[in-house]
Design a binder for this molecule. Structure first.
Ligand SMILES: [Mg+2]
Length: 342
């Protein structure tokens, strides 16, 4: 093989509206885009660092110079994890993700196929993605829900963890009676709060609730699950492929995100384990460009739920090629992840 090169640049992406969850509200998201080049073929990946998982722009940019040799043989996917581990300590999942994404993209482009085909995934339609209503004043949240439903979104996800969560759920259910309503507490509730909210969610016909309690509270989640009519899905409790089996006793499902698990190959391992353990699976995302979303979409056809609106919330998505009809994303057909830099 010819000489390889690895380069990267960080772009500050902006959401069209400030995006708020229980822990924070931001509108600027630094994302680092990695390009791996060999034999005239380019593979690309995206690092979407999240402070909750111990990463920042600085940690991503600091670790990437150590990693270029890890793509020495981009076809050796099984060995990639060991080569990354040899070059850096634990952690850095979004930096690992960018490298995994670049390796798979490179291989798929080298043979002119979509990455999902190279991963051996079925050409199933993707589940319809939810569209996120972010934490804001109640009237603003009503407006977000009304406008999303009018645009044709049939699944909304609402971020909770305020002092008026019950009012939010009731307002959104009233505003958009026909949509599937998914709720994400982002680990913000206490056990008694969560227990009370389960009744509110059941009455509002919520489709699922994500991460009601703190990440480490498996006992609390197991107890909630025992009395909940609404499926309970782990997000912040899942950091690593190795967590999946332990979560099966406390949750009904898991939310897989490439940037926290270390990339599409790790997410695919987590998906297989989750299925083996009888868990339902959501394919999720961070706020990230259409490159990161395309990689998540490659796996979403094998999942029960998709939550892939990260790039739809951006004002300045640097990648193009995904075709959305409201919340329905078409399978990318181009080579690799199927998106190109604008
Ligand atoms: Mg979540």
């Amino acid at each position: 093989m010819g000489a390889l090169s690895l380069s990267w640049e960080t772009l500050e992406l902006h959401t069209a509206q400030p995006f708020g969850i229980a822990r924070w509200t931001h509108s600027v998201y630094p994302r680092t885009f990695v390009t791996f080049t060999q034999d005239g073929v380019r593979g690309q990946g995206e690092a979407a660092p999240n402070a909750f998982y111990g990463e920042t722009r600085a940690t991503v940019e600091g670790v990437l110079p150590l990693l270029s040799g890890a793509l020495e043989d981009p076809w050796d996917w099984d060995g990639l994890g060991a080569r990354l581990a040899a070059r850096m300590p634990q952690g850095h999942p979004s930096a690992r993700c960018a490298l995994e994404m670049a390796a798979v993209d490179w291989c798929a482009r080298a043979v002119g196929r979509p990455a999902w085909q190279l991963l051996g995934l079925s050409p199933l339609p993707l589940p319809e993605s939810s569209y996120t209503v972010s934490i804001a004043a109640l009237d603003d949240m009503r407006r977000q829900a009304r406008e999303a439903a009018a645009r044709g979104h049939r699944a909304l996800k609402v971020k909770l963890g305020t002092d008026h969560d019950e009012a939010i759920v009731e307002a959104l259910r009233g505003e958009a009676p026909g949509v599937a309503l998914r709720v994400d507490a982002n680990a913000a509730w206490t056990r008694p709060q969560a227990r009370r909210m389960l009744d509110v969610l059941a009455a509002a016909r919520a489709e699922l609730v994500e991460q009601p309690l703190a990440a480490g509270d498996l006992e609390g989640h197991a107890a909630l699950r025992g009395v909940s009519a609404v499926p309970i899905v782990a997000d912040e409790s899942l950091h690593h492929v190795g967590d999946v089996l332990a979560l099966a006793r406390a949750f009904d499902g898991v939310n897989l995100k490439l940037a926290k698990l270390g990339g599409p190959l790790q997410a695919l391992r987590a998906l297989r384990l989750a299925r083996a353990a009888g868990l339902q699976v959501m394919m999720g995302c961070m706020i990230e460009s259409s490159l990161g979303i395309a990689a998540a979409a490659a796996l979403a056809g094998a999942c029960d739920w998709a939550d892939l609106d990260g790039a739809l919330l951006l004002a300045d998505d640097p990648y193009a090629g995904l075709e959305w009809t409201a919340g329905q994303l078409a399978r990318p057909v181009g080579p690799g992840w199927g998106v190109e830099r604008r």
